[in-house]
Design a protein around this ligand. Structure first.
Ligand SMILES: C[S@@+](CC[C@H](N)C(=O)[O-])C[C@H]1O[C@@H](n2cnc3c(N)ncnc32)[C@H](O)[C@@H]1O
Ligand SMILES: [Zn+2]
Length: 373
């Protein structure tokens, strides 16, 4: 049994009741709305004739069909489940986008090894790692990746070292740590094919992480990307933390005793420690969101707007936890941001958490300023 629904300006048949063989998650409409705006922004900023896009793990085909219908790209939509493949074909027909859509019932890895696509989208259950290698081999211009295995990525469970070759720490900024560990793993995978990464928009929401990143060819550029990996040292005693480069780690140039309280610091990584977004790109995405008819427009605008304002610092401070540790009532976030700025520091909100802030202040100075409020 199927029901007809609408996302954006696209009509879709989706299973009326949950079924394992055809996956449709209505809560991911937010990420699909941001994708539509992001791909439209990419096509405007990096124009190239007849871009090709693959939705390699498509379920109902919702992402691919929406991109064919709402952005006008040539799309390949694939799922290895036969009932999903049948539904993808029906959804293509329902929107009359047959001319620019091809449906496949293949293993994603097989398809990605055989053909190069300008835009490669992998939206799995859990980890993207089983298809990451072939996605990196196939992609020419833009990689879109979801991960829903946030527990291991963010340090709540073990398994990240095995799956992503990196160690997270379960800190207050775990959502950002997971995002950066995933970006680090993608950077290394692309590097194997002499491809470089430029993150355009990376965000985490409730139960998933989504990366949208430009890809360019060239060993030299790929080497530059790899240099953007590093580590974060974190003190669980006083909350001091700092990022440092891979080169510093390899040369053992890192002090692992906390300079503020003398306790041993723990190290997370390797992870991507450079900017995880491109401000100009995010502004274009914001403009695309604003002019489109989208079901999750308000939430999507909020995420992208916060990403635009967000400082490029690889961690954040949970403001309630900070005030609890200091045994003081939490001041409002706007008053804290103002106080930091008027003391000469940079400060912003973060899309990773409504109750956190980013600042270039060291933790001891941050505590001093919070106590004065
Ligand atoms: C999370 S669902 C996709 C959801 C969809 N992209 C959306 O936005 O609603 C993942 C899909 O990948 C398919 N899948 C998993 N591994 C695959 C593989 N190796 N090759 C092809 N399809 C695969 C599953 O059948 C499932 O439909
Ligand atoms: Zn310390």
């Amino acid at each position: 049994m199927f029901s007809e629904i609408r996302e954006g300006t696209t009509k879709l048949l989706v299973p009326t009741h949950f079924t394992k063989s055809i996956f449709y998650n209505p809560t991911m409409e937010l990420s699909r709305d941001i994708d539509i705006a992001s791909i439209a922004a990419f096509a405007t900023l990096y124009p190239s004739p007849s871009l090709t896009y693959i939705d390699a793990l498509a379920g109902t085909g919702v992402r691919g069909v929406r991109i064919a219908n709402e952005v006008g790209l040539r799309v390949t939509i694939n799922d290895r489940s036969m009932p999903a493949y049948d539904l993808i074909q029906r959804n293509i027909a329902l929107n009359a986008v047959e001319e620019r859509s091809a449906a496949y019932n293949e293993d994603a890895n097989v398809l990605l090894v055989q053909t190069k696509y300008d835009l490669v989208d992998i939206d799995p259950f859990g980890s993207p790692v089983p298809v990451l290698d072939d996605a990196c081999k196939s992609v020419k211009q833009l990689l879109l990746i979801t991960a829903t295995d946030t527990a291991p990525l963010c340090g709540a469970h073990t398994g990240s070292l095995r799956t992503y070759g990196a160690r997270p720490l379960n800190t207050e900024y775990h959502a950002e740590m997971g995002t950066r560990i995933l970006l680090g793993a993608v950077t290394r995978e692309l590097g194997r094919y002499e491809k470089a990464i430029q993150p355009l928009l990376s965000y985490a929401s409730a139960h998933f992480i989504r990366l949208i990143a430009r890809v360019e060819r060239g060993a030299k550029k790929a080497d530059e990307s790899i240099k953007r990996l590093g580590f974060i040292a974190h003190c669980f005693s006083c909350s001091h933390r700092f990022a440092f480069s891979y080169a510093d780690m390899l040369d053992l140039n890192v002090e692992n005793t906390c300079s503020l309280c003398g306790k041993k610091m723990r190290i997370a990584g390797p992870l991507y420690i450079h900017p995880i977004k491109d401000k100009g790109f995010c502004e274009e995405v914001h403009a695309e969101l604003a002019k489109r008819r989208l079901g999750k427009k308000r939430e999507a605008l909020k995420i992208v707007n916060t990403c635009i304002q967000e400082l490029e610092i690889p961690f954040y401070y949970e403001h309630h936890a900070l005030c609890k540790a200091l045994k003081i009532p939490p001041p409002s976030i706007p008053s804290l941001l103002d106080a930091l700025r008027s003391n000469g520091f940079s400060a912003s909100r973060t899309h990773f958490s409504d109750t956190a802030i980013k600042t270039d202040t060291r933790i001891d100075e941050l505590k001093r300023i919070v106590k004065m409020l």
